[in-house]
Design a protein around this ligand. Structure first.
Ligand SMILES: [Zn+2]
Length: 547
């Protein structure tokens, strides 16, 4: 399996490299990059910045020119070149725009389309449809993004959970042969419409109800199109009656290896106090798989709190089977409730208790309070409070101190570690949300590079740019190179600072001076311009199938 995967990846890479060099050659031949003695013209010149090109190499001083949305020149000096617009970048870092490998940017909502929290961190492309949630109607979604406008570029995965729900509802059972075929058909259709691969949320319902074999079968279909397997795996370490942190990583690798696809572990880390210090064991499994030719990668943010839902954190999976109505019916039976409440307490124990569960839900009566606070306020037990809240629907919660910062520091040093926000755009009247939405990228630079020196600046920038573009197979993004789309961030190296905190989570990051998306300013002089220069990115199935 490893050999087949390696050769497929190799051929794909060769084609992508060829396409990139053709694009670069086309631009050079067309003029703006061709400085053969005649003054040439660009739309924009960025002058004398420190260029971090996305490859991980040391920065070099130089200029960047942009023409027709693409980078038309990168080099030591653009003297002689004329431009309609110029920005001075002396003393500033010029980097490729950042790629958020795991995002919950609400691009389908009017309040989320401009990507504001993300753009202010230098992010120019977001990856969505993860955790098993991406709807299979990919073409419709991309068309909606085009029609309504996007502040950032976006691409999506098709979600195993969404596909399973469409065919099996929330049932806790295996699919019949016919149902499995129907699920495969949905994956196939989504891939043909431009999805980048299959995502799972095996920690969540209904993904949790799937066997490993079911996921492998569906992932094979994605693999026929060159798809990637992206997983919120079954047990990051804090799953109730779970398979364990290491078994979960083994399962994720197996799903990719047997289906012949690359694998990315979304927000890779080890959860729960029992796993403090154990990240090297998980990383070892990734390293070994890579050694035998499986392309396994991961993404991270550097916060110690997670965000998910109250039901996912406090309701055992058997009690969610069949969906909301079935769960509420179970709340009516005294015997069931006795068992449920005991298990809710055991689940919360793994997570550090009810005082560590902080509501990020838009509902004002919950927002910003801990589960312990709400239970005390209501004079009810913690499990009764959980049931009471869930009567009105699931609630967004954070889990404070679930990650060990030492684990996160260790993982940041791995060559296969990319970066993500895992952030969901807050609703307009929502006060408390996870600070990662507004600060994940800038915090990684501030804390791990500038304050702690865990990783170097070029290495961190690569984890946010070229590494991600290579993995996704984006031939014309992620690097400062001629011919690439001009997704560019200009940052104040010493001034980069995440400002979002748990008490005041919507403060935008500092140090983001300019951000270009497809050659247009999304941020100029530290302020959003209101432009909507982002584009949907479709995986080109035809190109991949040609291999
Ligand atoms: Zn997730």
């Amino acid at each position: 399996m490893g050999g087949r995967l390696r050769s497929r990846t190799h051929v794909l890479r060769a084609v992508l490299t060829l396409l990139t060099s053709m694009a670069a050659a086309a631009v050079t031949a067309c003029g703006p990059g061709d400085r053969g003695g005649v003054a040439t013209t660009a739309d924009l010149l960025i002058l004398v910045g420190d260029l971090y090109d996305g490859s991980g190499g040391d920065p070099l001083p130089g200029d960047v020119a942009v023409t027709d949305g693409r980078i038309s020149f990168v080099g030591g000096t653009s003297s002689g070149m004329q431009a309609l617009d110029t920005i001075e970048a002396a003393g500033l870092m010029v980097t490729p725009g950042f790629i958020d490998m795991h995002s919950h940017a609400e691009l389908d909502e009017p309040y989320g389309r401009d990507g504001r929290p993300f753009v202010y961190q230098g992010i120019t492309t977001v990856v969505v449809g993860l955790d098993g949630g991406g709807p299979p109607e990919v073409a419709e979604r991309l068309a909606g993004w085009s029609a309504n406008g996007l502040g950032v570029n976006a691409l999506t995965f098709v979600g195993h959970g969404a596909v399973r729900r469409q065919v099996l509802g929330m049932d806790d059972r295996e699919p019949s042969a016919a149902e499995l075929e129907e699920m495969k058909g949905l994956v196939r259709s989504a891939m043909e419409q431009g999805a980048f691969g299959l995502s799972t949320g095996l920690f969540y319902v209904p993904g949790f109800y799937a066997t490993t074999e079911e996921v492998i079968e569906l992932n094979r279909v994605s693999g026929e199109y060159g798809g990637i397997y992206d997983t919120h795996d079954r047990d990051l370490g804090a799953s109730y009656q779970g398979i364990g942190y290491l078994a979960s990583i083994r399962e994720g690798i197996r799903i990719g290896e047997e289906a012949g696809t690359p694998v990315i572990f979304s927000h890779f880390n080890a959860q729960g106090a029992a796993n403090y210090g154990r990240a090297p064991l998980g990383a070892e499994l990734v390293d070994r798989a890579r050694e035998r030719g499986v392309e396994v990668m991961a993404a991270q943010h550097v916060y110690t709190a997670t965000q998910s839902s109250l039901s996912a954190y406090a309701i055992p999976r058997w009690a969610s089977a069949g969906g909301q109505e079935a769960m509420l019916a179970r709340f009516q039976h005294a015997d069931t409730v006795a068992l449920l409440d005991r298990q809710t307490m055991e689940m919360l124990e793994i997570r550090g208790g009810a005082a560590k569960i902080l509501f990020a839900d838009p509902r004002p009566e919950l927002n910003g309070k801990t589960l312990a606070d709400v239970a005390a306020e209501r004079g009810a037990s913690v499990p009764a409070t959980v049931r009471d809240i869930l009567e009105d629907g699931n609630a967004a919660v954070m889990n404070l101190d679930l990650y060990d910062i030492e684990n996160t520091r260790y993982l940041a040093t791995k060559s296969w570690m990319m970066t993500c926000t895992d952030g969901r755009t807050p609703q307009p009247d929502q006060v408390i949300t996870h600070p990662r939405v507004f600060g994940a990228f800038t915090r990684k630079l501030r804390q791990f590079v500038l304050d702690e020196g865990i990783i170097t600046m070029p290495f961190a920038i690569r984890s946010m740019t070229g590494l991600a573009a290579d993995f996704l197979g984006l031939p014309d993004r992620g690097y400062l190179r001629e011919g690439m789309w001009a997704d560019v961030a200009v940052l104040d190296r010493e001034g980069i600072r995440d400002m979002a905190t748990f008490d005041d989570p919507q403060r935008i990051s500092e140090g983001t001076v300019h951000v270009l998306v497809n050659g247009e300013f999304a941020v100029r002089d530290g302020a959003m311009t209101g432009a909507m220069p982002g584009r949907p990115i479709r995986r080109d199935g035809a190109t991949v199938r040609a291999n």
